[in-house]
Design a protein around this ligand. Sequence first.
Ligand code: NDP
Length: 326
Amino acid sequence: MKAVLINKDDNGYGATLTDVDESQLPEGDVTVKVDYSSINFKDGLAITGSSPVVRSFPMVPGIDLAGAVETSSHPDFKTGDMVVLNGWGVGETHWGGMAEKARLNGDWLVPLPNAFSAKQAMAIGTAGYTAMLCVLALEKNGVTPDQGEILVTGAAGGVGSVAISILNKLGYTVVASTGRPEQADYLKSLGASDTIDRNELSEKGRPLGKERWAGAVDCVGSHTLANICATMKYGGTVAACGLAQGFDLPATVMPFILRGVTLAGVDSVMCPKERRLEAWQRLATDLDLGHIETLMNEVSLEEAINIAPEILEGKVRGRTVVKVSN
Ligand code: NDP
């Protein structure tokens, strides 16, 4: 089978497209013929080695995959079933989606919702399913469309693009924060009512500022997240899922103790199955299918290796699917 393989040895760290014998696939009770994978920020880190995401070598990257079950001894899946996988350490500690086949633990798999093709599911991918988890976190904490504007940071990236589309379809007023003003039309086409320059949020700010946001989806962390907390409306909620600016959080407790702001953490990797199923079901109803084409581009396995540095540089717009099998 064809696979992207990451190796780390005396020659250094590198990813290459290569032929691998299927007998090398890891342990698992379900084997999937992978139709599509995708490139997330974390796949960029894994392929380039910029951060120690990969824990054992050789490794097939790809934290996402969608395809058809080839063989299964798991009670929930049989040959031919279409499935989706996001996270669980796949592409980090267990061979992932950028290979024609994957062998997995059936407990990690989610049935592909009827609403989506394998390609559309990968256009959503971990980024889109994380965006849905963020929206669920806002809802759970009582953020409703009538309360005011929702800020989405890292807006032109994968999580941001999908979050804008979902929030818009649910009736929220969305403001998109981006470092790419040339993407304003794209962001508005997904449903943003306005855009702001991310530099307005990225520097050290005051403990509290003028109340503006009823809710926020933050992909960026660091000073940006601190400034968002400081400018939340009374009782607002920030769903924090990312670290594109940095993993630090130079904030004070003031927004939390004086304005009752909630900081809701969102993790997609180890998220329990029930919540994943809920997120994928909600994506099937709350994401505008027309937007999937707008926010997606497609690459081959070989091109996936080349595009990895670009996602880390913030140059990739929306979501990138990787065509794995013909
Ligand atoms: P993308 O690379 O697609 O998007 C990230 C976006 O962040 C960029 O497009 C850019 O948006 C913005 N950005 C990049 N660099 C900076 C910077 N220095 N300062 C401020 N903004 C910046 O990544 P994803 O959308 O896939 O992921 C977004 C974040 O969420 C990542 O940090 C990722 O690791 C994290 N993540 C976390 C998950 C979880 O389970 N918690 C799951 C999935 C992702 P623009 O050009 O519009 O400014």
